[in-house]
Structures are given as structure tokens and as C-alpha cells.
Write a new protein. Sequence first.
Length: 141
Amino acid sequence: MKTSLITKNDISRKYYLIDSENQILGRLAVKTALLLSGKRKVNYTSNVDNGDFVVVVNAAKIAVTGNKLQDKTYTNFSGYPGGLKIKNLERFLKTRPAEVIRHAVKGMLPKNKLGSRMITRLKVYAGSEHPHSAQKPEQVK
């Protein structure tokens, strides 16, 4: 029996909708990363980007456990002296809630060109409205 490998012509992509209201951030990121990478598909091949599109809504209503709202920090360094900016999760959720989920999912994807292509198929929205209803996304629990 031969092992079948897929090519770019064999790829079929679907849209999935995930409601992140009251879901734990890390567990949501794992589900999303698996869908983006295509690891749930039968014809998964590690060197081919055959993942699906994922639409995440209600990013502002994400839940975390413990004291992560005050303790978890996001850092950004400009490269200049005194250019280190540190924000905690609570402040980051108020200003840019979509970026919290995008940052968590990006850390779970491959650190190469495939991972860069996968993260572009992630669509995150702070509210419950999204413009992807024409694609008929399938609800993920």
C-alpha cells in the first residue's frame, strides 16, 4: 500500500465559526490552531498548508483562570533605550481583544513560512458580528 500525499490541487478549505464567550484562552487557541494547521484532516501532510479558515467571535468576552488578568504580560521592545513597553492581559483585552487570541494561536503554529500562511486564515472579531456569513461557517463547540 502506498502513502498518498496531497498537493496544492487537492486542498479543499472550509470555514469554521468559534464563539469564544466564556471559553478559556489556551484551550480555545489549541482548537483554533488545530483547525488552521489541518491536523484534524485525514489527508494531513506536514509540508503542505491544507488547513481551514477559522472565524472567532466575541474575543472581548474570553475567560482566563487564576490571576492571569493581572499577572500575564505582553512585552514589546522598539530596540531603543527605554523602548520596552509592558502591558498586562487586562489592559490588552480592553484595548485590542482580537490580538490576545491571535497572539496565543500564533504561538501554537509552526515558526516558518507555513505558519505565516496559516495565521492569515484566522479572522478574529471582538463582538458577535462578522462579515463571513456568505461562506456559511460551521459552528465548532
